[in-house]
Design a protein around this ligand. Structure first.
Ligand code: NAD
Length: 308
């Protein structure tokens, strides 16, 4: 198929490579031209604008930081809507506002361009290995047409519901995982300061009923226990954006989110302290400083997979 791919960062860079490897005709764009080097070497063509990456394309993907960039790239001058033709499908893979995606869906419908919100989960390693979960909202017929290409970027592609449903599912997922990092930081510093060896403590938690996920099995041993917060799969800045989008959604639907609000305050304080460019687990650094406990155990390292 003829594909446009806009946004070649930690996630988009790998996803676009997998689409190219699937044998499609791909045009790429990013505000950082250098991000496209490996894609051009693999046979993709460069477009100087999002519009250029959308002209004569059957599917156009974006993987951008958040709502501000998606709104500009989709609807702005020289954007996707300006380049897309009737019948094109526009798929946003970013973690984004469902309300914005519904507005984009409405505006694109006027030009007969279908819109899918299709945020992903599984981290940059999952993007590289094409093992992402892809949570899709939008018209079901467009989902069916886009599915063979979505299957190239993830092995858990699922239709969630009408426009915005994929974005909502992803915000719910990240409200859980990002808030969990805060309590995991508190709990582990407590255990270590109370006298338990960090590696033995981790093994105990991993063996318990909470310990099945990536946060405990991979993020803690590979990043936190190594002090390797600069090994960024998913930036803390982006996790603050996601928590705020979840709280905004909760406000819109009048759902109390007390613990999520605590997590937001914690992550905001970490970002204010200059930790935003580090990995999303870097909110734990605040807790390490406050408790006077550095969670470190160099030998705890495990096979790699982050959980963004
Ligand atoms: P990133 O910052 O590494 O990549 C974003 C890319 O968009 C960059 O290459 C940047 O140059 C480009 N960009 C920014 N503004 C642009 C514009 N106006 N026009 C064209 N290109 C522009 O971010 P990422 O980690 O790849 O995340 C992308 C999206 O996926 C975010 O919404 C994030 O929340 C979500 N996500 C990330 C992870 C993860 O583990 N990193 C996991 C799941 C979902």
């Amino acid at each position: 198929m003829r594909i446009g791919f806009i946004g070649l960062g930690n996630m988009g860079g790998h996803m676009a490579m997998n689409v190219i490897a699937g044998g499609h005709d791909v045009v790429v764009h990013d505000i950082r031209r250098e991000a496209a080097e490996r894609h051009l070497a693999a046979g993709a063509r460069w477009a100087a604008t999002p519009r250029g990456a959308s002209e004569d394309r059957e599917i156009v993907f974006t993987s951008l930081p958040g709502p501000a960039e998606v709104e500009q790239v989709a609807l702005g001058e020289g954007g996707v809507l300006a380049g897309a033709s009737p019948g094109t499908i526009y798929v946003d893979l970013s973690t984004n506002s469902p309300t914005l995606m519904r507005r984009i869906h409405e505006e694109f419908a006027g030009e007969d361009v279908a819109v899918l919100d299709a945020p992903v989960s599984g981290g940059s390693k999952g993007a590289e290995l094409a093992t992402l979960a892809v949570m899709v909202g939008g018209p079901e017929d467009a989902y069916e047409r886009a599915k063979p290409v979505l299957d190239l970027i993830g092995d858990k592609v699922s239709y969630i519901g009408p426009s915005g449903a994929g974005a909502i599912a992803k915000l719910v997922h990240n409200l859980i995982t990002i808030s969990a990092r805060v309590i995991v930081g508190e709990a582990l510093t407590l255990g270590v300061k109370a006298g338990v060896d960090p590696e033995a403590l981790l093994e105990a938690v991993q063996n318990g009923s909470f310990g099945q996920g990536n946060l405990i099995h991979r993020t803690v041993p590979n990043i936190v226990y190594q002090g390797a917060y600069d090994n960024v799969g998913f930036a803390l800045d982006l996790s603050l954006k996601d928590l705020r989008l979840a709280l905004e959604l909760a406000g819109e639907f009048d759902v109390p989110i007390a613990l999520g609000a605590v997590a937001e305050a914690e992550v905001a304080e970490a970002v204010d302290a200059g930790l935003g460019p580090l990995d999303s687990s870097a909110s734990i650094i605040l807790q390490e400083r406050r408790s006077g406990v550095e969670l470190r155990a160099a030998d705890a390292i495990r096979s790699w997979q982050d959980d963004g």
